[in-house]
Design a protein around this ligand. Structure first.
Ligand code: HEM
Length: 160
């Protein structure tokens, strides 16, 4: 007969010591800072591409083209640069907008609700053409939406 298993191996001592100098536990790492809309739009370069596509669309759209057809080259250039700066600033970029307020820039133009809608569509199409994501599109449109009150002068008549 032989003993089952024989002698047991000596038990390892339980490790109970702690490191005395470890100090307080490390705080969890900071979550990465969410990117600004400006960064998500591709900064100044991305915004410039969108603005150029937007101007092309607005100048060829049947509802809005007459507004832009009569502007001189210099005026279109000024409008372009101001719009780039404005979108840059509105989206959180480090830009200075030196153009007029939206109220003053569109004063007396009698812009209609239909023109507003066509302009927003021209912007959406420009964003699509540049593969701007849906979240970025929605955030930019949301930043522009409150300007409607200062731009549209001809409100649709209330239905009777
Ligand atoms: C979507 C919202 C809009 C934004 C963010 C916007 C922005 C601007 C900006 C930044 C300027 C230049 C201001 C300056 O030079 O001091 C401008 C001018 C102008 N906007 Fe708008 N705009 C909007 C809607 C519209 C609409 C709905 C129309 C009409 C279809 C329009 C027609 C014009 C025209 C024709 C000018 C040039 C005025 C001139 O130089 O005489 N805009 N806009």
């Amino acid at each position: 007969m032989f003993a089952c298993g024989g002698a047991k191996p000596p038990k390892e001592p339980l490790v109970t010591e702690t490191v005395a100098d470890a100090g307080p536990p490390e705080p969890p790492p900071e979550p990465p800072k969410p990117k600004s809309l400006y960064e998500r739009l591709g900064e100044k370069e991305g915004i410039t591409k969108v603005v150029d596509a937007f101007i092309k669309n607005a100048a060829s759209n049947d509802v809005t083209k007459k507004r832009f057809a009569k502007l001189s080259k210099e005026r279109v250039e000024k409008f372009r640069n101001n719009l780039i700066d404005q979108i840059c600033k509105e989206s959180g970029g480090d830009c200075e907008y030196t153009g007029k307020s939206m109220k003053d820039a569109h004063k007396g133009m009698k812009i209609t609700e239909a023109e507003w809608n066509a302009t927003v569509s021209a912007l959406k199409a420009a964003l699509d053409e540049n593969s701007v994501g849906e979240n970025e599109q929605n955030d930019l449109i949301a930043a522009i939406a409150p300007m409607k009150e200062d731009i549209v002068e001809v409100k649709p008549k209330a239905k009777k």
